[in-house]
Write a protein of this length. Structure first.
Length: 230
């Protein structure tokens, strides 16, 4: 069982590691849904923690479609990430409601050694089952898919998530990383139904549910105990 949590800076990352969180998603601008963090932030986080860090690669929040100008910016970011010792990114790209495989393959070619989480762009696909099949073509690169089953929250998307988890296991495809709207009040019911292996938490584990505040240590302790029992 993997507990992944969102962090925005070095302070968050240090606290997360001390609390026993398994993996981090490093982003900026959570008010925009999470964008590429600054060079300085990535550098400081990579220097201060030992747990895995997946760095967001998302140049803007307008959509998940990117043009050649966006690609050149992302390419420069990927080189910087590699230089800083980053080993994983969170990335997603669409074109006309489907996965933009041409751009995805550019990213993979640029950083073939990176561990990639395909993020919630997946929830805007016209056909998620087909999307899973497409991403399963890159087993050495796409390690997991962050999704809420195409709905606003995991609870609303739980039936589709169950289907995706089953399909991913049968096809040895990417892990389904369950996220959006998770909290300590609903995780037991959802985990009993989904039996996923990885869960992604944001504001649900923060004091007063705000990214301006630190992690709620009691909530993290509760989750780790729950996961250890599973």
């Amino acid at each position: 069982m993997i507990l992944e949590c969102i962090v925005e800076n070095e302070k968050d990352a240090i606290q997360a590691e001390k609390l026993g969180i398994n993996r981090l998603e490093l982003v900026s601008a959570m008010s925009e849904g999470g964008l590429t963090p600054s060079y300085g932030t990535v550098k400081r986080v990579m220097e201060c923690v030992n747990i895995p860090v997946q760095v967001m690669l998302r140049p803007h929040s307008y959509s998940f479609e990117y043009d050649d100008f966006d690609w050149m910016a992302m390419k420069a970011d990927l080189q910087a990430f590699s230089d800083l010792g980053v080993k994983g990114i969170v990335f997603g790209c669409l074109k006309n409601g489907e996965i933009d495989q041409a751009l995805l393959e550019k990213v993979i070619k640029e950083v073939p050694h990176f561990d990639i989480t395909f993020h919630r762009a997946f929830d805007e696909l016209q056909d998620q089952v087909n999307g899973l099949a497409v991403l399963s073509q890159y087993p050495q690169h796409i390690r997991r898919i962050l999704t809420s089953g195409g709905e606003e929250t995991v609870y609303e998307g739980r039936e589709r998530l169950k289907q995706l988890i089953t399909l991913a296991e049968e096809s040895t495809g990417p892990q389904i990383l369950v996220g959006s709207g998770l909290n300590t009040a609903n995780i037991e019911e959802l985990h009993a139904f989904l039996q996923a292996k990885e869960y992604h938490f944001g504001s649900g584990v923060r004091k007063e549910r705000s990214f301006a505040n630190g992690f709620d240590a009691e909530k993290i302790e509760f989750l780790l105990e729950l996961f250890n029992q599973s």
